[in-house]
Every structure is written in C-alpha cells, then in structure tokens.
Design a protein. Structure first.
Length: 132
C-alpha cells in the first residue's frame, strides 16, 4: 500500500489485462472515472458498474454490469473475460477506440473546471490492480 512512483504505475497500467470498476457509492452517482480513462488508453478490457454517468461517458468502451453491485456476478464476469482471449482482445480494441474518440486533455480541462467551481467536492481515486 501507499504511493506508487509514477513510472511504476504507468508500467502496471500498461500491463493490465482487465480494469474492473465495481463502483457502488453510498448516496452519490459516478459522473466519470479518470482511472477508467487512463485504462482505456492503455487498452485494458473494461468492466464497469452501470452507475450514474458511467454508461453514458464510457459507452462503446466498456461492458457494464447492473446495479447494485453483485460480487458473484462480478467475479463471474472477471473470470469469463480473463479466460477468453478473443473477448478480452475485442474489449481491449473497443477501449482503445473509445480513448481515441475522447482525448484526455478535454477531460482534464473539464475536471479542473469542475474542481475549481466546486471546492467542497471530495475526490476518491480508484485503485489500479490486476496486472499480468
């Protein structure tokens, strides 16, 4: 645990086969996921919660599992994707295509604007896990 050096984080992200984001917050909806944007750019297959704005933002780039989070369903989906090389490669290609249509700079600018206008927002970073 703790802070990971940027280079090590970038290498871990680049080597990740699957980004699973079972986001189930208490009382709020997800608007977006910056870690998901990064993982799409690295070409990770992506499984995400159908929470808040995630299906709209990541439409075409991720597979969505219904809310509330059912961990047996998530485990089944994770195992399915990790076992099926062809499906994982197709999901990876969709994530890369999504990232190409959604340049990081635009999201970064929108995020900074949001943070500058909403000083009371709490930001909780997503953990990166599951490298090959």
């Amino acid at each position: 645990a703790g802070v990971m050096p940027k280079l090590e984080l970038a290498i871990a992200q680049q080597e990740t086969d699957l980004f699973a984001f079972p986001y189930d917050p208490i009382g709020t909806d997800a608007v977006t996921a910056l870690a998901g944007m990064e993982m799409a750019a690295y070409g990770s297959a992506m499984l995400m919660s159908a929470n808040g704005g995630l299906p709209t933002v990541f439409d075409g780039g991720a597979e969505f599992l219904p809310m509330p989070v059912n961990y047996d369903q998530w485990l089944g989906a994770i195992v399915r994707v990790l076992k099926d090389d062809e499906e994982r490669q197709e999901m990876s290609a969709r994530a890369i295509q999504w990232a190409r249509r959604h340049p990081w700079q635009k999201h970064e600018m929108e995020w900074r604007t949001l943070l500058s206008t909403k000083r009371s927002l709490r930001v909780v970073p997503a953990a990166v896990s599951g490298s090959r």
